[in-house]
Write a protein that binds this ligand. Structure first.
Ligand SMILES: Nc1nc2c(ncn2[C@@H]2O[C@H](COP(=O)(O)OP(=O)(O)OP(=O)(O)O)[C@@H](O)[C@H]2O)c(=O)[nH]1
Length: 342
């Protein structure tokens, strides 16, 4: 499905007024040189100065402004095609105006619009060519060259500035999207994917340097019952509180993420004994947590610890921590279990 931006008419309006207005300059100079009749003048003035405003009205009043604007672009090209025989194929204005018209189609972002515009451009050239007897006067004298400069310089710079602005916006939005993908929106901790990527890197580092690294899996006890008794919003409060306690209780260097539901994972740059102490501190902090305006709401957590496996991958590490967590759950919950070496 293609994106159909509703702001397209507003965006193109300014550029159409600018482009068509500046096109009038070389067209006017050549028409003056050719001593053109009133019909040619009326056509050029109408298409250059009235059409941009009419096009805007047609687009914003349409039920589908995007489709209407795409049609307007095609009409622009018909006009550009009609101007070429009108100026007797004078080389510089013909080349500049056809190039600008084509570039505008490409810059519009509407897929293959420049290609769709080609038949209209050629037909207009043919029709007006027949009406003017295909009179040809290629050379562009200095006044015509000078009259072409504003559209070449001003229009090109204006389009470039707009493209720069759009590129910056895309870059900022990409950064925001990356940030969103990295964060769990409820707790602000790392998302599952981002946490796993960091865990893999930490495991590689730990294998390479022998630096201590422990994986702590945390699961809220009877969380379903909390949701059932206090409501889903209170359940969310519990999840946020646990995340805040993880951040404030566990030491610096932690990498904390929410794996999903009521399951959290933390990487700790500690040895087994120190990690167990920290896990217990967290467990006690959770037990002491109070919720304003929610009398009776309290919760506990079960924790499973595993040290980085030598030569193993993240799956093995998670599996070891999961087994420890399983023992904590089945040993009565509200406790920390470490990995039992075979
Ligand atoms: N409030 C809230 N609940 C969630 C969210 N994600 C998952 N849950 C709920 O978390 C509960 C997890 O329950 P279970 O996996 O059965 O585990 P439990 O009740 O904690 O039981 P044990 O882990 O065995 O102690 C389910 O009821 C889910 O609906 C969330 O973002 N917010």
């Amino acid at each position: 499905m293609s994106v159909r931006p509703r702001f397209l008419p507003r965006l193109t309006y300014r550029f159409r007024v600018l482009g068509m207005g500046l096109a009038a300059l070389p067209l006017g100079v050549v028409l003056h040189d050719l001593d053109a009749g009133w019909l040619a003048w009326a056509w050029v003035l109408g298409t250059c100065f009235a059409w941009p405003h009419l096009a805007y009205l047609l687009a914003v009043r349409s039920r589908d402004p995007y489709a209407a604007e795409a049609r307007n672009f095609l009409i622009d090209s018909v006009f550009a095609g009609s101007w070429v025989p009108l100026v007797h194929f004078n080389l510089l204005p013909s080349a500049v105006l056809l190039t600008v018209a084509t570039a505008d189609k490409v810059n519009s972002g509407v897929p293959r619009l420049w290609l769709k515009a080609l038949p209209g451009t050629l037909l207009a050239m043919l029709a007006v060519g027949l009406a003017t007897g295909f009179a040809v006067d290629y050379p562009s004298r200095t006044a015509v060259v000078l009259a072409c400069l504003p559209i070449m310089v001003i229009h090109t710079l204006a389009v470039s500035a707009n493209l720069y602005r759009l590129m910056r916006r895309v870059q900022q939005q990409n950064q925001q999207l990356e940030e969103l993908a990295r964060r769990d929106s409820l707790t602000g901790l790392d998302s599952r994917g981002h946490w796993q990527a960091q865990a893999r890197r930490q495991l590689e580092r730990s294998t390479r340097d022998g630096a201590p690294s422990m994986l702590l899996l945390i699961d809220i006890d009877h969380f379903k019952a909390i949701n059932d008794r206090f409501g889903h919003a209170a359940g969310d409060d519990v999840l946020r509180t646990l995340a805040a306690l993880v951040r404030s209780t566990l030491p610096a260097g932690q990498v904390a993420g929410r794996l999903g539901g009521d399951e959290f994972a933390v990487l700790l740059p500690l040895g087994q004994a120190a990690a167990e102490r920290e896990a217990e501190r967290l467990r006690e902090a959770v037990q002491a947590a109070v919720f304003q305006g929610q009398p009776g709401l309290a919760f506990s957590i079960s924790l499973g610890l595993a040290e980085a496996p030598e030569g193993g991958d993240l799956r093995d590490w998670m599996e070891a921590a999961d087994q420890a967590l399983y023992r904590a759950k089945h040993g009565g919950r509200n406790r920390t279990e470490g990995r039992v070496m075979d």
